[in-house]
Ligand binder design. Structure first.
Ligand SMILES: [Fe+2]
Length: 389
């Protein structure tokens, strides 16, 4: 899917806030019509396009200025924007449609909406400038009704494909949350894990693409546990060898579940290798030292730290200093990357992460699910049962 690489600031706000629910945006309304927003300060121009599209299965919205258009985009699920090359700003001053296009393409909420620029300004340079600003298509006036209609149909077809891919990813994240909710004691473990991993990744200067992978890995790393029966996952006491084999399989099964999604490729090494050990005694591949993907090593430290500092029915939450001592001990035993543990020790003391430490120490209460989420959870559970067969 066309997934944006969020900026560091956006990731930071994600890490401190909501899960990447990215609820799928419907591409049609309840009557099966795609929603198109017409942006032009000249009434006649909008009326012309409305006339051309009159017989089509479209819900047409209008805006006279960029600001008005942005307001419509904030409250409506728009499938396509048709904008004039020159669009007025809030004060009525003519402004470049290119700037408007950039605004649409730089927002997480609207970046997937295709934009068609309509202009009477001829010239290849303008077209190039328009496409560089993020416009998806460019039409020069006078408009040919048949060409406009064909172009719109094709752009909406593309949008539908993008939406369905986004929906598939949304389902995977929901599946991961279902896995997390099976264990009533872990509360918002994935949310904390995502935040801690991004913080550690930032501290060692990873690029935004890797921070995004870490953030997503926080939610998806244990998705393979959908294939581990409750009898094994929540067994009191020691697992036998056969049960351990099933438990260990959550790593490669999780990778298999996410592999078809192209956008999740950077997350696959985290999912597969987050239980490796520095000395090669981990699973599933027995990788050693630097051969263990860096992102997997980062997420692993955050995972262990969160487990140690979290309260469970069978144990108390360890204080942060005690948890760090434990991680250093594991580094001495040869299990963890010693350099990474040293950086992590500093990172968890950052004031911005103190709330997470507090959150981890408190007993967790998962937020109640909405009716919609509940029904999704049920269908996901059915999927899980299929996967366990
Ligand atoms: Fe795991």
């Amino acid at each position: 899917m066309a997934d944006p690489v969020q900026t560091g600031a956006e990731l930071a706000s994600l890490a401190a806030g909501a899960a990447p629910s990215a609820l799928a945006v419907p591409w049609t309304d309840s009557l099966g019509r795609a929603t198109i927003l017409l942006v032009d300060h000249v009434d006649l121009n909008r009326q012309l396009i409305k006339g051309i599209l009159k017989a089509g299965p479209y819900r047409l919205l209008e805006a006279r200025s960029q600001e008005e258009a942005i307001q419509v985009l904030e409250r409506e699920n728009v499938d396509l924007v048709i904008s004039e090359w020159i669009v007025s700003d809030w004060s009525g001053r003519p402004n470049s449609g290119l700037e408007f296009c950039r605004r649409i393409k730089s927002s997480r909420r609207t970046h997937l909406i295709p934009v068609l620029i309509v202009t009477s300004v001829q010239g290849i340079e303008n077209e190039v400038a328009g496409l560089e600003s993020g416009a998806d298509e460019f039409l020069v006036k006078p408009l040919q009704p048949a060409v406009l209609r064909t172009r719109i149909r094709s752009m909406l077809r593309q949008k539908r494909i993008v939406d369905s891919l986004e929906e598939a990813e949304t389902i995977l994240f929901a599946l991961a949350q279902t896995v997390e909710r099976r264990d009533k004691e872990t509360g918002n473990h994935c949310q904390r894990l995502a935040g801690l991993s991004v913080a550690l990744g930032s501290a060692i200067g990873l690029p935004d693409e890797d921070l995004l992978a870490l953030y997503r890995g926080g939610f998806l790393h244990d998705i393979g546990k959908v294939a581990v029966p409750d009898a094994i996952l929540f067994k009191q006491g020691e697992l036998n060898e056969e049960e351990w084999a099933v438990m260990r399989s959550h790593t490669w099964k999780g990778e298999e579940i996410c592999r078809p999604m192209h956008s999740l490729r950077p997350v696959l090494p985290i999912i597969r290798n987050h239980h490796e050990r520095w000395d090669g005694s981990g699973y599933p591949d027995g990788l050693k030292g630097e051969d263990i993907p860096l992102l997997a090593r980062i997420l692993q430290l955050a995972d262990i730290f969160d487990a140690l500092t979290s309260q469970r029915s069978y144990k108390k939450a360890l204080p942060v200093d005690e948890a760090i001592r434990q991680l250093r001990h594991e580094a001495e035993l040869g299990w963890r990357d010693p350099e990474l543990v040293s950086v992590f020790r500093e990172v968890v003391r950052l004031p911005s992460l103190q709330w997470k430490a507090g959150m981890a120490a408190a007993p967790h209460a998962a937020e109640p699910l909405s009716a919609e989420q509940e029904s999704m959870r049920e269908s996901l559970l059915r999927m899980s049962q299929q996967l366990m067969k």
